[in-house]
Design a protein around this ligand. Structure first.
Ligand SMILES: Cc1cc2nc3c(=O)[nH]c(=O)nc-3n(C[C@H](O)[C@H](O)[C@H](O)COP(=O)(O)OP(=O)(O)OC[C@H]3O[C@@H](n4cnc5c(N)ncnc54)[C@H](O)[C@@H]3O)c2cc1C
Length: 438
């Protein structure tokens, strides 16, 4: 008898945990992702600000499952699903909408940026969600310093050296803190015409305080730290406009050539593929066993799922995705093995953390609230622990120590993937064809 087929879409935190939980399941597991790597999104801002290299926060999925023989990894883009015919459609560079049938489906396709209906902002304010985004942000930031150094007219320096971050949640705050450290330490002595520490970093949010999900005290501590680092925090106003010249907030234009979107996220279109009920944000409403109502063979986990616990929706964080992925894997295993299913899913909140510059973090876990160096040490140990492989843990730890001690960063290269030497060919030289011996 052929083995049941389990398809997992997405090798992020949720999909990876599900795949690992199916290690001993007598089934054919197919793990599909549009990229060939598992990405540790919480450290994306460190790639964008040159602390870490891309390969320090991402791991080839194939390598992770090298020894798990029941898993086949497919790199492809899932474009839809048919829940009645029990199949998904997968496209890649070579083939379009190939049908793959499943007996069980786990969707863990995460989220992308949301510009809150102002998609025209995307052109000028790229977000931070993928490795390509982080590299693009790093290029843009480093390029701004290069352009300013090359610019002989000092009146143009301020707009080149103003960085605006839109969104003062954890990503915006972490990014602002890291940028402030970058200009004060690493770049301090590298330029002759400009003074990198005169860089203006503006953090904008319509919310009344930074780090909204944290307690008011921790939010205040983070704000104080940002003030000390010289970050200009503008709260209580949404962005009216973003264009090639900068941003407009509450009627005031802030000229800037570098705007980065660190605000909202929108779930993947999994709800549309399945044509099932979603919440207002578009996340698939799931039952307490993480399945889709009426379809016990389909689980949806992580950022693309919506589940309430104690009357509140679970947050879109890595811990929720990991715990749900693990649960979905166990649930499917129990079905395949004919065992009784696990008791309903219950999220165990281990707490939240955010870093604000070097050696400073805020931490909230139950009644425990901390800020400063002890919180940063906890943050660093937890993040190291959750990196996908031991080699990443080691290289990231060494890089942090090196950067902390010397101020030097891992990757300060501007790599323009669009540009090739062929785009500007050298003047052509006509070579006369000659016959052999002629
Ligand atoms: C910049 C940033 C910082 C963050 N910091 C923190 C933090 O400090 N702490 C925290 O807990 N959380 C943090 N988060 C949130 C956390 O990363 C997410 O909650 C978590 O990644 C969700 O896991 P997931 O498995 O649902 O989705 P993801 O980890 O996003 O994985 C989704 C996977 O699905 C793949 N995929 C998507 N669509 C398709 C498709 N159509 N076909 C094929 N593959 C597809 C993607 O390539 C990706 O690999 C951060 C997020 C970002 C962007």
């Amino acid at each position: 008898m052929s083995q049941p087929k389990i398809i997992i879409v997405g090798a992020g935190f949720g999909g990876l945990a599900a795949a690992k939980a199916l290690k001993n399941t007598p089934a054919e597991v197919i793990l599909i992702d549009r990229t060939n790597h598992h990405l540790f999104q919480p450290l994306l801002y460190q790639v964008a600000t040159s602390v870490l290299t891309p390969s320090q926060i991402a791991t080839p999925i194939r390598g992770i499952f090298r020894n798990q023989k029941n898993i086949t990894v497919i790199m492809g883009e899932v474009t839809g699903a048919n829940k009645d015919k029990k199949c998904v459609f997968v496209s890649d560079e070579d083939r379009q909408n190939v049908t793959l049938a499943y007996d069980y489906l786990i969707l863990a396709t995460g989220a992308s940026h949301s510009y809150f209906g102002r998609d025209e902002f995307a052109e000028y304010a790229p977000g931070l969600k993928s490795l390509a985004d982080a590299e693009a942000a790093r290029n843009k930031i480093l390029q701004a310093f290069e352009l300013a150094e090359a610019e002989e007219d000092p009146t143009r320096h301020p707009e080149l050296l103003t960085f605006v971050l839109v969104g003062a949640g954890p990503t915006g705050v972490e990014m602002a803190g890291a940028l402030a450290i970058l200009v004060r330490t690493t770049l301090k002595s590298d330029f002759r015409r400009i003074n990198p520490s005169s860089t203006r970093i503006v953090l904008v949010d319509m919310a009344p305080r930074v780090l909204g999900p944290f307690s008011e005290n921790l939010s205040k501590a983070a704000r104080q730290r940002l003030d000390n680092l010289g970050v200009e925090v503008r709260l209580g106003h949404s962005v009216d406009r973003i264009d090639a010249e900068g941003v407009v907030i509450a009627g005031e234009r802030i000229p800037s050539k570098t705007v980065i979107w660190t605000a909202g996220v929108a779930p993947s279109p999994a709800g549309k593929w399945l044509n099932v009920e979603t919440d207002r944000a578009g996340r698939v409403r799931i039952l307490s066993d993480l399945t889709v109502p009426g379809h016990p063979e389909i689980c949806v986990v992580g950022d693309t799922a919506s589940l309430d616990q104690n009357g509140k929706p679970l947050p879109g964080v890595a811990q929720v995705a990991m715990q749900q992925g693990r649960y979905a894997g166990k649930l499917v295993h129990s079905r395949v093995a004919g065992n009784s299913p696990p008791s309903p899913f219950s999220y165990f909140d281990k707490g939240s953390m955010a870093v604000v510059g070097k050696g400073f973090a805020v931490l909230q876990s139950g009644k425990v609230q901390m800020s400063g160096l002890p919180a940063w040490i906890t943050w660093a140990s937890v993040h190291l622990q959750f990196l996908a492989t031991s080699s990443l843990r080691l290289t990231v730890l060494l890089q942090w120590i090196w950067t902390g001690v010397t101020g030097q960063r891992g990757d300060r290269l501007i790599v323009n993937h669009q540009r090739s030497e062929v785009a500007n060919p050298a003047p052509s030289i006509t070579v006369k064809s000659t016959s052999a011996g002629g």
